[in-house]
Design a protein around this ligand. Structure first.
Ligand code: PEP
Ligand code: CO
Length: 474
């Protein structure tokens, strides 16, 4: 299937390049790092102390970048591979990263679960897995309401640790610009430790049995999953014995970091010009994404994103029509460069079967090169009996299965998965082999925003995706 996909892209690329400029492109002037300020901006905090806000941004502007242009370009090349059906993007982490989780244990566990999932997926998908954490900067949250009702009080909504405190107190909820500085520090500490762990061989694949599988080992489904673990171990041993892979090379991986590019002042402060190419890069992360609430074609976020050279994600929810998406692609990737766009669909089980084929076909027809990823989390939020936000593991799996099938039927390629997950034993999503029930949610419900898959549920989803790919390649 894959060579035909590539051929189709080439022919259509030509059609696409012939496309006349959209009205939207024509009316846009020159891009500048601050040209977004001329556009309508949503989801930004209101800082009572505007002077302090500007002086914080100026300070961040003088700080060193968190990532390098070389790394960003490397990721871009890998995402180009994913668009062409030669690699798969695993993107995952917290919905809202928390400053208090910037410690040795929590960072190691988040890295560990993503690496373990990637080992399982490499086995099932038989392709390189591009590992991208929602980490080291995922501190800002878009909210549907400016205020929320907590303990009988109407207080400003929590907008992420880089804006205000989660504490349900009206004063603690006031937007504090010093938190932007803290975000930079926490991101750099987190990234520093991730880099150190990876350099030190933390990514060692040799010992899946050291993976701390107890929670999943107790379940009825374990024998099926154990089989995969055994096969992985066997494959690694074989490669080593065969001499084809030096043991130390198995311990080295590339790991990338990402966050939603929401607070444009902060993103601008970390945007730097490459003196060689003259291109601008957001060097606060390897890749940033535009949320479903901020992707308006005439909005400030799209204006900011169109000028940076990083690979960018676009969240595509049920409210996004195919025409709108094509306009977005024309503005964000006018030269149709491969590796530039990850389209992260998050329709939910009720809309995916109707909406996904429409957008896939429209993008195919226009000839845009994109990496399609499935976020089976954000369209599947439900309310628990105790009025907590939760997600049902089986809905998450079902949306992923639908995406996989629809792309296959349309001769497209599902090139990635995007999850909210954690390496801890939290009780936030119901279901899975661990059979978490509604009543269990109160036990360890930690998230500051959306419910995440816990450690066992994350491993399980990787096993199930592996099964899905294997059944379809058999
Ligand atoms: C998120 O990824 O946490 C998020 C808010 O997603 P979306 O923009 O898709 O709602
Ligand atoms: Co979320």
């Amino acid at each position: 299937m894959r060579p035909e996909v590539a051929a189709r892209v080439n022919i259509n690329e030509f059609n696409m390049l012939k496309m006349t400029k959209t009205a939207e492109q024509k009316t846009r002037g020159e891009w500048a790092v601050d040209s977004w300020q001329r556009y309508r901006v949503v989801q930004q905090p209101e800082y009572p102390d505007v002077e302090a806000y500007h002086s914080v941004l100026q300070k961040i502007h003088t700080f060193p970048p968190l990532v390098s242009i070389g790394e960003v370009e490397k990721l871009r090349a890998k995402i180009a591979d994913a668009s062409a059906g030669r690699a798969f993007v695993l993107q995952g982490g917290d919905c809202a990263e928390r400053f208090i989780d910037c410690n040795e244990h929590m960072i190691a566990n988040r890295l560990k679960i993503l690496l373990q999932m990637s080992v399982i997926l490499t086995y099932g998908i038989r392709m390189p897995i591009i590992k991208v954490g929602r980490i080291a900067g995922q501190y800002a949250k878009p909210r549907s309401k400016n205020n929320e009702h907590v303990n009988g009080l109407d207080i400003p909504s929590y907008r992420g640790d880089c804006v205000n405190s989660f504490e349900p107190d009206p004063l603690a909820r006031v937007a504090d610009p010093q938190r932007l500085l803290q975000s930079y520090y926490y991101s750099s500490m987190t990234l520093n430790y991730i880099r150190a762990m990876i350099d030190g061989g933390f990514a060692d694949l040799h010992h899946p049995y050291h993976w701390n599988l107890h929670s999943i080992e107790q379940t009825k489904k374990w024998p099926a999953y154990r089989n995969v673990v055994d096969r992985i171990l066997d494959a690694v041993n074989f490669m080593e014995a065969f001499g084809g892979t030096r043991p130390e090379s198995l311990g080295k991986v590339d790991f990338y970091v990402s966050h939603e590019g929401l607070l444009l002042g902060y993103e601008e402060a970390l945007t730097r010009k490459d003196p060689v190419s003259g291109r601008y890069y957001n060097l606060g992360a390897h890749t940033v994404w535009i949320g479903d609430r901020t992707r308006a074609i005439d909005g400030a976020h799209v204006e900011y994103f169109r000028g940076i050279a990083n690979p960018v994600g676009i969240k595509v929810g049920p409210g996004c029509e195919a025409d709108e998406l094509l306009e977005l692609l024309a503005v964000l990737n006018p030269k149709n460069e491969p590796g530039r766009i990850i389209l992260i669909t998050r329709f939910g089980i009720n809309h995916v079967e109707q909406k996904l084929p429409q957008v896939v076909q429209a993008v195919q027809k226009a000839g845009f090169q994109v990496a399609w990823s499935c976020d089976p989390m954000h369209g599947n939020i439900i309310s628990s009996n105790g009025n907590r936000k939760t997600r049902d593991f089986s809905d998450i799996l079902t949306e992923f299965q639908h995406c996989f099938r629809i792309h296959k039927e349309l001769e497209s390629f599902l090139a990635g998965a995007h999850f909210e997950l954690t390496g801890e034993d939290v009780t936030e999503c119901i279901g899975g082999a661990v059979e978490l029930k509604d009543d269990d949610l109160a036990k360890n419900y930690e998230t500051y925003c959306d419910p995440r898959l816990n450690y066992a549920q994350s491993l399980e989803i990787a096993f199930l995706i592996t099964q899905l790919f294997q059944e379809n390649n058999a």
